[in-house]
Design a protein around this ligand. Structure first.
Ligand code: HEM
Ligand SMILES: *[C@@H]1O[C@H](CO)[C@@H](O)[C@H](O)[C@H]1NC(C)=O
Ligand SMILES: *[C@@H]1O[C@H](CO)[C@@H](O)[C@H](O)[C@H]1NC(C)=O
Length: 322
């Protein structure tokens, strides 16, 4: 009974809008904090125009928030004596995840305008949306439904269990997204976010450079010059993910996948099945295709396991539970 209800809901959500099923709503703060989206956008703009990499960090931040305990700001919580190992300190997030200071700045500004009204989870979603907007030079415009509540649980081991690592193959990637209600195309389309930002050498040297792989040899040699052969935390340098247009939120990623000029096994995996390879080619070759698909997949990801009612709260400070 419960299972068939869940399946019926899943089908409805797939047909209608994932967010509608979660009770999220575009313009959710119209009455309680009408300027919130403008306030967040101004903060994001300041940071991103100073350092495009922070924009990449914000786009990654929502993925890492939503895949662990749902989109509930759990990734923002700092360690405390009662909870010394939150998500933030787990290997997928530490030391690589960035952009937390933007959420803090946005929260400060929003609390001044409308104290106690806006969740940190919604700020993460707005900020990621705005980063995509600025880095795409205003091509990727997303109406983000809001109304998420902040969670009180944050556990490093859950981040390890739920976030796919860069050495995953296509089946593992599809399965890890399916576990969050996202399909193979969502996975392919959202992976396009690797068109901006950077990676630490430790995320790809072992399985892409140190052993035979399908990586382009020109690209591999550039990476070998920048990365230690055996990265340790002490000498773990970073490289841009997209060597051609590193700060542009565009479809160059898919051209790189086709040319084998991508960092991760998980990027290269997208052309290892005919169905996903077709998606990669469409995203690479059809103008505007990826941008339109990204908007939809983003809204879907931003609605994963959203908390309502007793399950959540509106934090005063995004780094600590109330
Ligand atoms: C498909 C599975 C995915 C895997 C295996 C994966 C893995 C990774 C890894 C290993 C890094 C580099 C971390 C480091 O070493 O510094 C990274 C960076 C990044 N990822 Fe993903 N990712 C995936 C999906 C996504 C999704 C869905 C998004 C967002 C929509 C995303 C956005 C980003 C961005 C923007 C960066 C650069 C961050 C920065 O420069 O600070 N990734 N990803
Ligand atoms: C975190 O999750 C793991 C695995 O689910 C569990 O064993 C552990 O007790 C949890 N830690 C805390 C502090 O809740
Ligand atoms: C992916 O990896 C899993 C786990 O190692 C393995 O069982 C599976 O056969 C692999 N699939 C593909 C398509 O390589």
């Amino acid at each position: 009974m419960a299972a068939s209800f869940r399946i019926a809901m899943a089908v409805t959500c797939a047909l209608v809008l994932a967010s509608a099923c979660q009770g999220l709503e575009v313009g959710y703060y119209k009455k309680t904090c009408p300027r919130v989206e403008a306030i967040v956008r101004d903060e994001v703009k300041k940071f991103v125009y100073k350092n495009a990499g922070i924009g990449a960090g914000l786009i990654r931040l929502i993925f890492h928030d939503c895949f662990v305990q749902g989109c509930d700001g759990s990734v923002l919580l700092d360690p405390t004596p009662a909870n010394p190992q939150p998500e933030k300190l787990s290997p997928p997030n530490m030391p690589s995840l960035r952009g937390f200071e933007v959420i803090d700045a946005a929260k400060d500004a929003v609390e001044k305008a409308c104290p106690g009204k806006v969740s940190c989870a919604d700020l993460v979603a707005f900020a990621a949306r705005d980063a995509a907007y600025f880095l795409s030079r205003f091509k990727v415009k997303i109406n983000v439904p809001a109304g998420r509540l902040d969670g009180r649980v944050s556990n490093a081991s859950e981040a390890l269990d739920n976030l796919p690592p860069p050495f995953f193959n296509i089946t593992q990637l599809i399965d890890s997204f399916a576990a969050k209600g996202l399909d193979a195309e969502d996975m392919v389309v959202l992976s396009g976010a690797h068109t901006v930002g950077r990676s630490h050498c430790s995320s790809f040297v072992r399985d892409r450079l140190a052993v035979p792989s399908d990586i382009n040899s020109w690209f591999a040699n550039i990476l070998r010059r920048k990365c230690p052969a055996n990265p340790t935390p002490a000498n773990d340098r970073t490289v841009n993910q997209d060597i051609f247009t590193p700060n542009a939120f565009d479809n160059q990623y898919y051209k790189n996948v086709l040319a084998h000029k991508v960092l991760f096994t998980s990027d290269a995996a997208l052309i290892t099945t005919p169905a996903t390879a077709k998606m990669v080619r469409d995203n690479a070759y059809i103008p505007g295709w990826w941008e339109a698909k990204f908007v939809k997949a983003f809204v879907k990801m931003a609605a994963i396991e959203v908390k309502t009612g007793h399950q959540g709260e509106i934090r005063k400070n995004c780094r600590v539970v109330n």
